[in-house]
Design a protein around this ligand. Structure first.
Ligand code: BG6
Length: 501
């Protein structure tokens, strides 16, 4: 059931950036079309360029035309465009925040509950909050004021804590919404429901029955034009630190007492804090990194495309050498009774043979091997591109002999006619509703950096050239060094037959 949303003004910093053009503006439009925006809700876009309101509205039209190629409802468009205003704050204008406060102060136009979306460079997060505070725009004595901080929240534990210290000079924890867009994906939100709304899974969800769990994000894309950002970041910080550890937390946490934000976050925090720190002395057995070399990847329509290697891409942009990983696989253990001894293999890579994000759970061997070659059961929760749950079971092959084969029970989460909602849409709605359950608490961010920092540091100190993998291929063979037992192997997408069993 739709929650009641207070009328509010969404103030969008970085409004002319890519995220805003591709996801945020179209997302807000769709929320409007779905009747999920309060009648008086307004959007104030903030950008560096000097633009009139008319010019900005024309830009928005361009964004919508590009996104919704099949057209859109004119009535919704008229309503949406009328919500939109623009404020230019060039860095050279010392009074721009004063001017913004004066503009927002017009109550006949702007509802006074304010939600800020900071889609800006991480170095600007604290500066903007300080400025907003200076002109009274985060004061909650009469209305609520919330600040959404884009990722990354820090680049390591000390910088995350420093950012937190800066923000909390002006904001209460309840005002800070740290985003991880994976938590807005419907298949990620389905993890908790799958586990706790079905009695058949919970009794098996532990070390007694589970052999190991793989959490995978494979992309066919390379780093594109983000070479400078990516080379300073790497796969571990870009994907593993938040998106994949958050996914792991949802897979492994205990059942929350209820579905309130506090209860859900409390269980995730407990889980993240019980992941065993990686033993950096034996890092080579626990983590593997690599870089993609030139190769051929599959593009959307099934055709192949020749692509250059990571180091060549860097050279093109003036970066001569690099020890940054585009492939990272890490083995983790969780020190609690439920998961004693169960390895969690978490991997992410660019330029793989397929783009797929999934949680694959392998169950232990059946107590009796009735037939030679009997396979272990797998349960896969596929996040994207296809949202589904798949169970693999052993079954007799009809006939005179006793032989088994693996059958797959495939339950698509998405049925015909279901809405396709982008993760940012859900999360922007939650921000306006004041529901932080799909946003990160600072303790989660800290626990994640605590885990990642030692690996980043050890890898930075190790100057041996990185293993190169051919773009468009599967995991490098050498990555299997992190497996606990020889019969473990990487699972790929959900189709049967492509994998070793
Ligand atoms: C971003 C990373 O946070 O997530 C990108 O910076 C990555 O490198 C992206 O490609 C993946 O998100 P999604 O939603 O496409 O799986």
């Amino acid at each position: 059931m739709a929650k009641q949303i207070d009328p509010c003004t969404l103030v969008l910093f970085g409004a002319s950036g890519n995220l805003s053009r591709i996801k945020l503006m179209p997302g807000l439009f769709r929320l409007d079309a779905a009747g999920r925006l309060a009648d008086d809700m307004k959007i104030l876009s903030v950008g560096r360029s000097e633009l009139s309101r008319d010019q900005w509205q024309a830009e928005i039209k361009g964004m919508l035309d590009k996104k919704f190629k099949d057209g859109y409802d004119q009535k919704v468009y008229d309503r949406f465009i009328a919500r939109n205003h623009y404020h230019s704050n060039p860095p050279t204008d010392a009074d721009s925040f004063q001017k913004m406060a004066a503009k927002l102060g017009d109550e006949s136009i702007f509802p006074q509950n304010l939600a800020y979306f900071l889609s800006v460079r991480p170095t600007d997060f604290a500066v903007i909050v300080e400025q907003l505070s200076g002109v009274g725009l985060v004061d909650e004595s009469k209305y609520w004021r919330r600040v959404l901080i884009e990722k990354p929240f820090g680049t390591d534990l000390p910088s995350a804590q420093a950012l937190q210290a800066e923000l909390t000079k002006y904001l209460k924890e309840s005002q800070i919404y740290r985003i991880d867009h994976y938590l807005g994906k419907s298949a990620v939100q389905n993890i908790m429901l799958t586990r706790f709304a079905n009695t058949m899974f919970e009794p098996l969800w532990n070390s007694e029955h589970i052999d190991h769990i793989q959490i995978t994000n494979n992309e066919t894309l390379g780093v594109g034009d983000r070479t400078t950002f990516y080379d300073a970041t790497g796969a571990l910080r870009d994907m593993f630190q938040s998106h994949l550890l958050q996914t792991l937390a949802l897979v492994a946490m205990e059942k929350p007492a209820d579905l309130t934000p506090d209860s859900i976050r409390a269980e995730k925090i407990k889980l993240l804090q019980s992941i065993r720190p990686v033993d950096t002395k034996n890092l080579n057995k626990q983590a593997f990194r690599a870089q993609y070399a030139a190769g051929r990847v599959c593009v959307g329509d099934g055709h192949g495309e020749n692509v250059t290697g990571y180091l060549e891409e860097l050279k093109r942009d003036g970066i001569e050498s690099s020890h940054t990983e585009t492939y990272a696989a890490v083995k983790l253990f969780i020190d609690n009774p439920r998961w004693k001894g169960v390895p969690f293999y978490v991997r992410t890579a660019k330029r793989m043979h397929e783009g797929n994000t999934a949680i694959s759970i392998r169950f232990k061997k059946a107590p009796m091997e009735l037939v030679a070659g009997q396979h272990q059961n797998w349960l896969t929760i596929n996040i994207q591109p296809r949202e589904c749950i798949k169970m693999e079971i052993e079954s007799k092959i009809p006939g005179l002999d006793v032989a088994t084969r693996t059958l797959s029970i495939d339950a698509p989460q998405r049925q015909q006619g279901d809405e396709t909602i982008d993760s940012y849409e859900t999360l922007m709605l939650n921000l306006m509703e004041g529901d932080p359950s799909q946003y990160l608490h600072i303790s989660e961010v800290e626990a994640q950096w605590r885990l990642v920092d030692p690996i980043v540091k050890a890898w930075a100190e190790d100057k041996t050239p990185l293993h190169q993998y051919t773009a468009g291929n599967r995991d490098p063979q050498e990555s299997s060094v992190i497996f606990e037992s020889q019969d473990q192997f990487w699972r790929y997408s959900i189709e049967l037959g492509g994998d070793k069993h």
